[in-house]
Design a protein around this ligand. Structure first.
Ligand code: PXP
Length: 237
């Protein structure tokens, strides 16, 4: 059965719109677990624009399932990971100006540096995943430098406009998931997955876990709207 990792970054983004205390991504993580999530994912960015150090350290204390920390492969973040000890670290490329993680890691181009980072994390019993485009060179290098998992970037599939492109991207994800599993890597996938496009990805046998944030937090804000308005009306009348 495919596992679901729920990314709670957007809850922190709403909180930071007012620099206030709510909504708290830690509370959202607990509710996601109650609803059956298999894991919680958060991205501690260099500029701390949504998830803060405080959130990460509380998540480590309260998450009962599996905590997956997305981070850039910098010294600062590696030290942070060693201090917090999440169950898994997913290394992602990070550019300051981007709205979200825009592409996969250039594993083949940074192999020796990433090998060192992976080994430091693994010595501390952290499972390491690399967020990559579905590309055979990155997959082979990921295995060679000691990664445990690859997370296949589903952005091109999710953004494809015409059916031919959708089929093409889906085939690429399917064949790369098979290739990664065949050389012994664990396989997960994510980015841009929503209630319409997730079905085909979930059918790919080698994909063990899907990490989803935007569409779940977006839907939560809508399905929770009626209740939130009723609660406020109850208070003011
Ligand atoms: N996986 C990785 C590595 C990501 O960077 C993100 C976005 O933070 C996701 C999954 C989730 O993507 P989305 O928010 O589009 O569901």
């Amino acid at each position: 059965m495919v596992r679901l990792g729920v990314n709670v970054d957007h809850i922190a983004t709403i909180r930071e719109a007012r620099k206030s205390k709510e909504p708290d991504p830690v509370a959202a993580a607990l509710l996601a677990e109650i609803a059956g999530a298999d894991g919680i994912v958060c991205h501690l960015r260099e500029d701390r624009r949504h998830i803060k150090d405080r959130d990460l350290s509380l998540l480590k204390q309260v998450v009962k399932t599996h905590l997956n920390l997305e981070m850039g492969a910098t010294n600062e973040m590696v030290n942070k990971a060693i201090q917090i000890l999440p169950d898994m670290v997913t290394l992602v490329p990070e550019r300051r100006q981007e709205l979200t993680t825009e592409g996969g890691l250039d594993v083949a181009g940074n192999a020796s540096y990433l090998e060192e980072v992976i080994s430091t994390l693994r010595v501390n019993n952290i499972v390491v995943s690399l967020f990559i485009e579905p590309d055979i060179y990155h997959i082979k290098t990921a295995a060679k430098i000691g990664a445990d998992y690859v997370e296949l970037h589903t952005g091109l599939y999710a953004n494809a406009q015409d059916l031919n492109r959708v089929v093409e991207e889906l085939e690429k994800l399917r064949s790369m998931a098979m290739a990664a599993a065949k050389i012994g890597l664990g396989v997960s996938a994510g980015h841009g997955l929503d209630y319409q496009n997730v079905g085909e990805i979930a059918k790919i046998e080698q994909i063990e876990e899907l990490n989803i944030g935007h569409s779940i937090v977006g839907r939560a804000s809508l399905v929770g709207m009626e209740r939130a308005v009723r609660d406020m009306i109850h208070l003011i009348r």
